[in-house]
Design a protein around this ligand. Structure first.
Ligand SMILES: [Ca+2]
Ligand SMILES: [Ca+2]
Ligand SMILES: [Ca+2]
Length: 236
């Protein structure tokens, strides 16, 4: 199983039906991305709301998880609310979404929601496209036979353990250090992967550099990566 990068794009178009006067319409782009690697653990792909006309709201919540053979499963819901204001919890229609996206095969999906109740006529159309590609993190090639697992602990002012997040092990990769929401990894060939992680230690994005002839990465801090050359130059 490889690490997958899953993206969703599309549009939500919604209409607040008015008995008097003209109907009100809004639309908004849908855009979300998640990197998933651990089977069975869903990650948030997109979570958004679109309000229209002062009375209608559309909520779209989707999570993604990896299945066997690099297939990913998208699960969640699209909901249409209509009431006294856009924060109303008066649910008029709902569509449960559960689809599989095959690796390298974009898939489109459409949902139509309608308020068919008294005073209804409100509706929403949701058009989505999902992609499921191999994440080029370089951390999974060669399998999981070597490398080190890291556990990033969150601690309070007194140093007491609050929570933790584990990553790896990834073949050939060693974590060098953590600073400012970044984990710096070094590969045995001396190229690096700088991970941006959120407050829970979850991977948000990453950037790879190198390898550069003769240079060995040492650490990351304050927006800078420190490299050491075989003849003992340093570079910031
Ligand atoms: Ca209305
Ligand atoms: Ca209105
Ligand atoms: Ca209503």
């Amino acid at each position: 199983m490889s690490t997958r990068i899953v993206q969703v794009s599309g549009t939500i178009s919604a209409m607040d039906h008015e008995t008097f006067g003209s109907n009100e319409r809004e639309s908004a782009p849908v855009s979300g991305e998640a990197v998933v690697s651990t089977e069975g653990f869903p990650s948030e792909l997109v979570k958004m709301s679109l309000g229209v006309g002062g009375e209608v709201r559309v909520d779209l919540d989707l999570n993604v998880s990896v299945r066997p053979n690099d297939v990913v499963r998208i699960e969640g819901s699209a909901k249409l609310f209509e009431g006294d204001d856009e924060n109303t919890q008066d649910l008029e229609d709902e569509e449960a979404i559960q689809i599989q996206v095959l690796p390298g095969t974009p898939r489109s999906y459409k949902a139509g929601l309608a308020n068919t109740g008294f005073g209804g006529g409100d509706k929403a159309d949701i058009v989505l496209t999902f992609t499921n590609e191999e994440a080029n993190v370089g951390l999974t090639s060669g399998g999981l036979a070597s490398g080190f697992r890291v556990s990033l602990w969150k601690v309070d002012d007194q140093g007491e353990h609050i929570s933790f997040k584990e990553h790896g092990p990834f073949a050939g990769w060693t974590a060098l250090n953590y600073a400012d929401g970044r984990i710096l990894w070094r590969h045995t060939d001396n190229h690096i992967s700088l991970w941006k992680v959120d407050d829970q230690g979850e991977l948000i994005s990453f950037k790879e550099h190198g390898p550069f002839e003769g240079w060995v990465p040492l650490s990351y801090d304050d927006g800078k990566i420190l490299w050491c050359h075989a003849d003992n130059h340093i570079s910031l």
